[in-house]
Design a protein around this ligand. Structure first.
Ligand SMILES: [Zn+2]
Length: 415
């Protein structure tokens, strides 16, 4: 059960939320969603100081404690979007239109379109321009209850511009209530000036860019796009080895279009997550299970690319691999800046349950970022809490287009 021990400091709470139903997502609580109904939750110094049945509240100084009634509505952990490419300039809407008019990917690429157009626009944009563009996107996520976001680089593809993107991501974290974690994805695509010289580019990623990124403390993790249209297994291994030497955890865009055994490679490096994984096989699933690597499902890219090959959900469940869900927000393959939409797609496209999708954007997303201080509501955790006008937590995956968020606390602060 929850911590119902009388708390000596309960008269010093910063806030008490009463009349709540709480989807704690705590697996130690034996109820769907780890739910506690008719509950209360207290916050002190940005963290959860007490939660449990309201009838079990220890005595507290009602005059000294600010109290908010949740009015019988639901609290969940603040949502976590653990895979985004939020900082970029330019739009690919015209390409979207061209493709629907029958122009092929190859023709679009030959015109300088595709990822190359985003790289050109991002290189040309200054810090301020990128900051303003990304802040709007961050606001959109925040308005739907997101309190932690991961942001990758990967549209600079040279030292100066990869550093610029990560600096903008760090600035966003410092100037926005949402907590931002950054990932260096220099090995996202081969820049035009390195065509035919991918090993030389990987050398630059490992010894030029990464050194600068580490010196500036600009990244919390390192990612590689391991794919036949990205970087090879051997090249991915080189980047992972360099990251490990600098003490940075690794993750991978793996098995999206083919099986390159990228997930096994992440597992070998005890990495955080393997992301996409539509083409993952049982061997890869077993490796991830043994290493504690999280499976990050990206239904937005699956939908937008009209893919048909599903990630191996049944195998992931069989081997108890934690599954996170994320937007993969990016201009090319997932221009969908809504984590709630991804929750819905997790159910409709991948047949996850609403409880699994909520775990995917809370506790499992926290695990995918290596964060043990959030994603579950229990004593000692960060007070990142979303307050929803819903009658059941399944409603978060079920309904779209109506913003059900009433309040959002980040580190105990209501913004
Ligand atoms: Zn991605």
């Amino acid at each position: 059960m929850t911590n119902v021990t009388a708390n000596n400091h309960c008269n010093e709470w910063d806030l008490l939320i009463t009349d709540a139903n709480i989807a704690t997502m705590d697996s130690n609580i034996d109820a769907p969603y780890g739910a506690i109904e008719h509950a209360a939750l207290a916050i002190k110094d940005g963290h959860i100081a007490w939660l449990g049945k309201q009838t079990e509240l220890p005595s507290f100084d009602a005059l000294a404690t600010p109290i908010i009634s949740a009015k019988g509505q639901w609290l969940t952990p603040g949502l976590i979007d653990c895979h985004t490419h939020l900082v970029f300039a330019g739009s690919r809407a015209e390409e979207f239109e061209q493709r629907l008019q029958g122009v092929s990917y190859e023709q679009i690429a030959a015109q300088g379109g595709g990822i190359a157009s985003t790289v050109t626009a991002t290189r040309a944009a200054d810090h301020e321009t990128l900051f303003v563009l990304a802040k709007d996107r961050l606001n959109a996520l925040y308005s739907e209850g997101v309190t932690t976001v991961e942001i990758k680089s990967g549209y600079g593809l040279d030292c100066e511009n990869e550093v610029k993107i990560l600096e903008v991501a760090r600035l966003l974290g410092e100037n926005h209530p949402v907590d931002v974690k950054t990932t260096f994805l220099g090995a996202h695509a081969l820049p035009p000036e390195y065509q035919g010289r991918s090993d030389e580019y990987i050398e630059l990623v490992c010894n030029g860019m990464l050194t600068q990124v580490v010196a500036g403390n600009l990244a919390d993790a390192v990612d590689v796009f391991c794919e036949n249209v990205g970087f090879s297994h051997a090249q991915t291994r080189r980047v992972f080895a360099a990251a490990t030497k600098h003490g940075l955890p690794v993750k991978c865009h793996a098995e999206q279009l083919s099986n390159q055994h990228g997930a096994e490679l992440v597992a070998e490096f005890k990495g955080l997550s393997a992301d996409h994984i539509e083409h993952l096989d049982e061997q890869g699933v077993k490796a991830m299970a043994a290493a504690g690597t999280v499976a990050v499902l990206l239904p937005g890219a699956f939908y937008f690319l009209r893919e048909t090959k599903q990630p191996p959900i049944a195998l992931l469940k069989q081997y108890n691999v934690p599954m996170a869900i994320s937007t993969d927000f990016n201009p090319g393959t997932s221009p969908l800046c809504s984590l709630q939409l991804m929750m819905n797609m997790g159910c409709t496209l991948f047949r996850l349950t609403p409880e699994e999708t909520l775990a995917g954007v809370t506790k499992n997303a926290a695990k995918a970022l290596g964060l043990s201080d959030r994603g579950v509501l229990k004593v000692g955790m960060r007070a990142d809490i979303a307050h929803w006008q819903i009658s059941h937590p399944a409603q978060l995956s079920y309904q779209l287009g109506v913003n059900k968020l009433l309040n959002l606390w980040v580190l105990g602060r209501l913004n």
